[in-house]
Ligand binder design. Structure first.
Ligand SMILES: Cc1ncc(C[n+]2csc(CCOP(=O)(O)OP(=O)(O)O)c2C)c(N)n1
Ligand SMILES: [Mg+2]
Length: 352
């Protein structure tokens, strides 16, 4: 019988005032590489908010505090495995070598903001909620049919679990024993909709039982715990045992996006608590206790990340403006006459 996740405790490795640190089998080098990735994602996020305020990128979905989920998961996969992000994981491709300029161009709505998923094993960012789940399930099923031992990992939020696309993807993956890791970032908000209005289930991971797959719950601010949970889920998937639902529990400590004002609906004390317990500080505390990280090293990793972002925004801004014809060229095989008029109008605006 599948054990309900509500009956099992949240997985944790990094300790706090009340609990000692748990064990990890990651080498010192692997721990420092994980820290570098968290810091890169944090720097990307903080700079992106600034670039938005300066009018250099469009509306931006903030990922502050979610870096442990993103980096912990990517580090637990093999290079050949594929990642399916939502807008919340826009930067995850940086950990696979996608240049910051490409992702910043995506937020600028520029065609140079797209990449070939096959080059990086990172699918296109999905904005329609949960649509990436069936994409990932299909990809994973395809791998199984071709006896290719790659695994797919799909990121999605708590709100996404209410969508039909989530149900269809999760169900198909379980029935077909597709090698898929379903990684839910339960940040307890879907814009202004709280978790209690999203689902009446005791935990989101309990939904896994209904699909006949294991569900595990992990502390989403603990990069090592996320890493371990995803590595285990990926190993099972690769061994032909099918998908796992991993619920990473956290709390959204920032606005949904730059266009959102959460002061209208969020308890500021709860946000303050989440900001105090955020994931980068927790990992840095752990590494310091192990004698692996000091302020000088952290500073140099941060400076390197800042430099990458500076170069990234400069390269994104150096791109020539996109040709508006791109909007029309591949839209319809038999374009209506109005397209020519609309294109001429766009060219007139761009020229002026
Ligand atoms: C199909 C669809 N419906 C509605 C929206 C509008 N929308 C954008 S973000 C969002 C909340 C999603 O919440 P969650 O899945 O918890 O992800 P989070 O934003 O917290 O990462 C909604 C409803 C959308 N993008 N797509
Ligand atoms: Mg959410």
């Amino acid at each position: 019988m599948t054990e309900l996740a509500a009956e099992s405790p949240l997985l944790r490795v990094i300790g706090d005032d009340a609990t000692p640190d748990g064990a990890t089998d990651l080498t010192d080098a692997a721990l420092l590489a994980l820290h570098r990735s968290l810091l890169l994602l944090r720097t990307y996020d903080e700079r992106s908010v600034v670039y938005h305020r300066q009018g250099r990128i469009g509306t931006y979905a903030i990922s502050w505090g979610h870096e442990a989920i993103q980096a912990g998961a990517v580090h637990a996969l093999e290079e050949r495995d594929w990642i399916f992000p939502s807008y919340r994981e826009s930067a995850v491709g940086l950990l696979r070598g996608i240049p910051p300029a490409t992702v910043l161009s995506w937020w600028r709505g520029h065609p140079s903001g797209w990449w070939n998923p096959a080059q990086y094993g990172v699918a296109s960012i999905c904005v329609p909620i949960a649509t990436q789940v069936p994409h990932a399930a299909g990809f994973a099923w395809g791998c199984r049919l071709r006896e290719d031992d790659r695994v797919a990992l799909v990121f999605f939020g708590d709100g996404a679990t209410s969508e039909g696309a989530f149900h269809e993807g999760a169900n198909l993956a379980a029935v077909k024993k597709a090698p898929l890791v379903l990684l839910c970032n339960n940040n307890q908000w879907a814009i202004s909709t709280p978790l209690a209005e999203q689902s009446a289930a005791a935990t989101l991971a309990d939904k896994a039982a209904g699909y006949g797959m294991p569900g595990v719950r992990v502390d989403g601010t603990d990069a090592l715990a996320v890493h371990d949970a995803v590595r285990e889920a990926a190993a099972q998937a690769r061994a032909g045992e099918g998908p796992t639902f991993v619920e990473a529990v956290t709390y959204r400590a920032a606005p949904h996006a730059t266009a959102d004002d959460p002061s209208a609906y969020v308890d500021p004390d709860r946000v303050e608590e989440a900001r105090r317990d955020e994931c980068l500080g927790r990992l840095e505390g752990y590494l310091q206790r192990r004698g692996l990280l000091n302020e000088k090293l952290a500073q140099s990793v941060r400076a390197e990340a800042l430099d990458l972002m500076r170069q990234g925004i400069a390269a994104a801004e150096a791109e020539p403006p996109a040709d508006p014809a791109l909007l029309f060229e591949h839209a319809l095989g038999d374009p209506p006459a109005s397209f020519a008029h609309d294109l001429a109008e766009l060219r007139r605006i761009q020229g002026g």
